[in-house]
Design a protein around this ligand. Sequence first.
Ligand code: PLP
Length: 387
Amino acid sequence: LERSEPNYFGAGPAVLPTDVLQQAAYDLLSYEGDSVGIGEISHRSKPAIKVIDDTKANLTQLLNIPDTHEVFFMQGGGTTGFSSIVYNLIASNVKKTGKPGRAAYAVTGSWSKKSAEEAVRLGFDVDIVVNTKDKKFGDIPPYNEWKPLAADTAYLYVCDNETVNGTEFKSTPPADYLHEGVELVADMSSNILSKKVDVSKYGLIMAGAQKNIGLAGLTIYIIKKSLLEQANDEELKAANVPLVPIAFHYPTVVKNNSAYNTIPIFTCHILQLVTKRLIDNGGIDAIQKLNEKKAEILYGALTSYPGFYTLPVHNPAVRSNMNVVFTLPNEELEAKFVKEAASKGLSALKGHRSVGGMRASIYNAVSLHSVELLVDFVNEFAKQNAS
Ligand code: PLP
């Protein structure tokens, strides 16, 4: 099974390493020499449990996850996380304080906006502590400009990398903002395993797998174990708080080693292969260095032609290393850019339908060589079309 190197810059689902897919293709047909494949066996069988355990171990090694935290997987994507996070974290807060408390959201792009809207829709008390919609989600203001957290805040939610808008957090909130007892929750769907993260600072990290590390269908959760202590159904009813739907009740999923219901084990196996490959290739330090290099050369090329390429994220300090968003002077030139790039084999560069322009997603599996080809094209196109 062969294919040519994909120079594919789509935002998700995104490319995976070819050798991982080759191995996975065999394993789908026949797993470890058996006459059935990995996707065809019971999610409670020994080989399936080993896939889950190995994937957890790989993630624990790569992200240096401390004993205070637990990794688990659930079906659904980031959007399922938007709903499950608020139910579960408020149920934990009822256990801890006897009251639901409030959920704080930093709205710095379209995904955190959606998540905050879902928490409101489900009937929880939500505070928006920062909202950059007026700035077209093109910046992340410093923490001293955010609204202070209410005293009864259960958690602060951020989207670590805004896939559509191209901003990325480069730090976590300082102790004088995130006061004692408030859990930090992050959506890392589009940058998990792309850089070092101090997991101990987070109450919860959630990430859909289909951009940086796998296929759609599986979502990774890394949770502080103390948050698995939740008010029970009677206590939630007494506090007038909705019960957590069972399929995404975190304590139940964890107690059943991520297989309370049928986990997509083939998707988990892909994650197992991707994480093993990352470990074999030098771990997070190596991939972070490579990602920084890719982003540096691409932003470097784009900023060499001011007035021709425009970066909507003006502040270089918050530009995403994963999703590089840029525009051209008009829509005709943008269409021409996308078309000519595609004719050179550089595909999926069109920006998200809600914001237009261009977006190059340069996740872990996009090679330095692919980015160099794109940089050459960025230079060539500017030279030919800038007046
Ligand atoms: N969060 C982020 C940062 C995303 O980029 C996306 C999808 O692109 C989502 C959440 C939603 O993920 P899903 O489509 O898996 O529900």
